[in-house]
Design a protein around this ligand. Structure first.
Ligand SMILES: [Zn+2]
Length: 501
């Protein structure tokens, strides 16, 4: 499967794969184990030995280094030799229990045994009890395994996942297939090297390096504040509630979740202030002109409930849940879906407690932060190619010239680090590099709003419909605001609604 295929898993499954393919057989990604098996390159691709030889160029380490360095923002200045350290990471390997004695171990080719000339007899020799077990145990082994670090990463932001074809899920490359490959390459150093690289050497690396804000500044584009650029097809907003203000960023989204910052708004007053909430109300009724002239409203506004939960619930209940989604951010990566909900929660309105009076969505903030930083690292076509019509990669984040350095710094204010507990087990955690990170939080909420609106699951026909809606209007039917799918209600006191996806 290609990197493109992996990216496509994201909208359909709701999973985020922070990954990039570095060559035909290698993939850098952060994934959960079941997904890892979904996206691991099908080792049967390597069975054609002529193809193996032909892929030698693609395997060229210089190419890989270049791509890895492009991946790790800011790594450019470093010596190419540091590549090995990056990839090595903390050498996380997948440990599985021996079905005979229970000893935890990671599978290595050296312990695969078979009768010479009879690869179908391949079995794995446990490193502890020294007894062989057959491949029919594999499904159970994979289910009972866990990732463990086998080294110490010199760069704590990097984790290396090593997984060989010995772990291929049942039905893919079998141990017998690997034994057969090994017999075929015997005697040729080059074929042996390729076999080791492709069949035994898949490597996964994760990075949470924050892109450099100065580089983002250099890539800003020229367009006026408040204008939705041509590729933007619907608007969402993310609202971050602070003690003395509410910050809102409005984002436009296009196909492939390409995005544009439309406006950055600070409403003074905080959750205790009536005028502050009125300011948000006005935002829900506002329109922003599309480059084609059509006015767009905010399809969804996601608002953080973390700071002053009752006030947010009361306001959301008042304006209705069709256009507004109260959200709660949670950390951690082991979630089946980046957004879950809504759950019904109690609200207090006018001093009265209303059971199940509000709705709350849970947002895997970690996942959307990783996605955002991955999007920020995407290669961009050269300016002259853009003029010539070159398109941007799906997910590309477009920032306007008017985005100030403070906003940019907030946008890249966090990094993913590996934290070890007392027993030495590592987990990933986002940590602030700077005190203020509202721009990143607002982005996460606006992204969640796009998910809630359904953008991750829309068919091509639905995207085409959005394109039709924002297209240059006929003279007869202009001026009616365009409501992105699903339509927001216009009368915001309506509580019952068509909010359901
Ligand atoms: Zn054993």
């Amino acid at each position: 499967m290609s990197a493109d295929t992996a990216t496509q898993l994201n909208p359909t499954e709701g999973h985020i794969l922070a990954g990039v393919q570095i060559d035909q057989h290698r993939f850098l990604a952060r994934v959960k184990l079941p997904q890892l098996f979904q996206i691991a390159p099908d080792p049967r691709d390597t069975e054609d030995k002529r193809k193996l030889a032909a892929s030698k160029d693609a395997q060229d380490l210089r190419e890989i280094r270049l791509k890895v360095q492009r991946l790790f923002d800011g790594a450019k200045a470093k010596d190419v030799g540091s590549y090995a350290e990056y990839v090595a990471g903390d050498q996380r390997r997948y440990f599985v229990p021996c079905p005979l004695c229970g000893h935890m171990q990671w599978l290595r080719f050296e312990r695969l045994r078979w009768e010479k000339g009879q690869p179908e007899t391949a079995a794995y020799l446990c490193e502890d009890c020294e007894k062989p077990f057959g491949e029919h145990h594999k499904a159970a082994l994979l289910g009972a395994g866990e990732w463990r670090a086998t080294g110490t990463s010199r760069d704590p932001r990097t984790i290396g996942f090593h997984l060989s074809a010995l772990y291929s899920r049942p039905g893919w490359k079998s141990w017998a297939d690997i034994a057969r490959d090994k017999e075929m390459v015997a005697g040729s150093d080059e074929a042996e090297r390729v076999f080791r690289n492709t069949v035994l050497g898949e490597t996964w690396v994760e990075t949470g390096d924050a892109p450099d804000w100065q580089r983002l500044a250099d890539r800003r584009e020229d367009w006026a504040a408040g204008i939705v650029r041509a590729g933007g097809l619907f608007l969402t907003a993310g609202a971050d509630v602070q003690k003395d203000r509410i910050e809102v960023d409005v984002w436009a989204w296009g196909r492939g979740l390409e995005s544009w910052l439309v406006e950055h708004i600070v409403i003074d007053g905080g959750p205790g202030s009536v005028t502050c909430w009125q300011g948000l109300n006005e935002l829900l009724g506002r329109t922003w002109p599309h480059a084609n002239g059509q006015p767009l409203t905010i399809a969804r506004l996601a608002i953080d409930t973390g700071y002053e939960t009752p006030a947010v619930y009361a306001w959301a209940r008042q304006v209705g849940f069709a256009q507004v989604a109260p959200v709660k951010g949670v950390e951690g990566f082991n979630r089946a879906s980046p957004v879950t909900g809504p759950t019904f929660v109690d609200a207090t309105v006018g001093g009265k407690r209303l059971r199940r009076g509000a709705r709350l969505w849970t947002v895997a903030a970690s996942t959307f932060k990783a996605e955002t930083y991955r999007f920020l690292r995407l290669d961009r076509p050269a300016a002259e190619d853009v003029v010539g019509g070159a398109s941007f990669a799906p997910g590309t984040v477009h920032l306007p010239r008017w985005a100030e350095s403070e906003w940019l710094k907030q946008f890249v204010a966090e990094q993913l680090v590996t934290v070890r507990n007392k027993r030495g087990f590592a987990r990933l955690e986002w940590q602030k590099l700077r005190e203020r990170n509202e721009a990143l939080d607002c982005r996460v909420y606006a992204r969640a709003a796009a998910w809630i609106a359904g953008a991750d699951r829309w068919s091509d026909a639905q995207w085409r419909e959005l394109e039709r809606q924002v297209a240059a209007p006929d003279h007869e039917e202009q001026a009616a605001p365009v409501h992105a799918v699903p339509r927001p209600v216009t009368r915001r006191r309506t509580v019952q609604s068509s909010y359901m996806r």
